[in-house]
Design a protein around this ligand. Structure first.
Ligand SMILES: [Zn+2]
Length: 275
């Protein structure tokens, strides 16, 4: 069950909607469910949303609600353009048309730029919901156009009362200027060219630096997707790397041994994949 406090915050948005909402929570925190919960609340027509009984709630649960659209990584510019094009007339059957962009930190800059104008002046009734692990994962140009809601680390668990650090942090969050830079993460392109020995050494260093594995894999995925967008011919070359990254991303989500994960990921990137 989603935290009561989060639900109340979302219900307030049903009355005073914002055209673009950026939800952030750490990688392991079921943010997808939270985002769908928000979309469900916006669509619900019951007395207390989400009522679970109105046609919108049922449509959302069955994933057949026409006025809700999910977009997930890997992000392709064409797909995003298509969604934007289809949304130009606004909602069909409810008050809002929600466009949920999952894990938007994995979108390339090109994709993010495609969204700038639509999220600033969307068609009537269109609400963009964007998710990411933290504000610093999202480009400032996107961030500044959104209402940012930082969810607690475990939004699924109902906490009553909410943890104090969460109360003091505030709902609507700190702006870009307060965000520190992302830790320095080596380029995956360079790692693929390294010898096995060098990679084992790098794995050791990354582990000692207590690098955030989830963040590192996300950065690499963006790097790979950008590279494929820039050089479509490189798709075959990058595909196995991308597959490995997706696989390891799941392992990290399930909290498997970090040291083992870093070692096996770096060693599994076969040499000469990326020239
Ligand atoms: Zn309902």
């Amino acid at each position: 069950m989603i935290s009561q406090h989060l639900t109340q915050r979302f219900q307030a948005l049903q009355v005073n909607p914002f055209h673009a909402i950026l939800l952030t929570a750490p990688i392991h925190s079921s943010l997808d469910q939270v985002a769908l919960h928000l979309a469900g609340i916006l669509h619900c027509t019951g007395p207390v949303s989400p009522c679970g009984q109105c046609s919108a709630c049922m449509g959302m649960a069955a994933q057949t609600w026409l006025d809700h659209c999910n977009v997930s990584p890997p992000y392709k510019v064409d797909r995003v353009r298509e969604v934007l094009h289809d949304s130009r007339y606004g909602p069909h059957q409810s008050k809002f048309l929600t466009i949920l962009l999952h894990e938007f930190h994995l979108a390339t800059e090109t994709v993010a730029n495609t969204l700038l104008k639509p999220i600033e002046t969307p068609p009537n009734g269109v609400v963009f919901i964007i998710t990411a692990p933290s504000l610093k994962h999202v480009l400032p140009t996107i961030r500044s156009r959104c209402l940012a809601i930082e969810c607690p680390p475990s939004p699924i668990i109902d906490t009553n009362p909410p943890p104090t650090e969460w109360q003091s942090a505030g709902w609507v969050t700190k702006m870009a200027s307060q965000m520190g830079p992302l830790p320095s993460i080596p380029h995956i392109r360079d790692i693929c060219k390294q010898s096995l020995g060098d990679r084992m050494e790098l794995a050791q260093t990354l582990f000692q630096q207590k690098i955030d594995m989830g963040l590192m894999i996300d950065k690499w995925m963006v790097e790979v997707i950008e590279s494929i967008e820039r050089f479509p011919d490189s798709l075959n070359q990058w595909e196995p790397v991308l597959t490995q990254l997706f696989q390891f991303r799941d392992r990290v989500r399930y909290n498997l041994n970090t040291r083992l994960c870093i070692n096996s990921l770096l060693l599994s990137l076969a040499p000469n994949w990326c020239k």
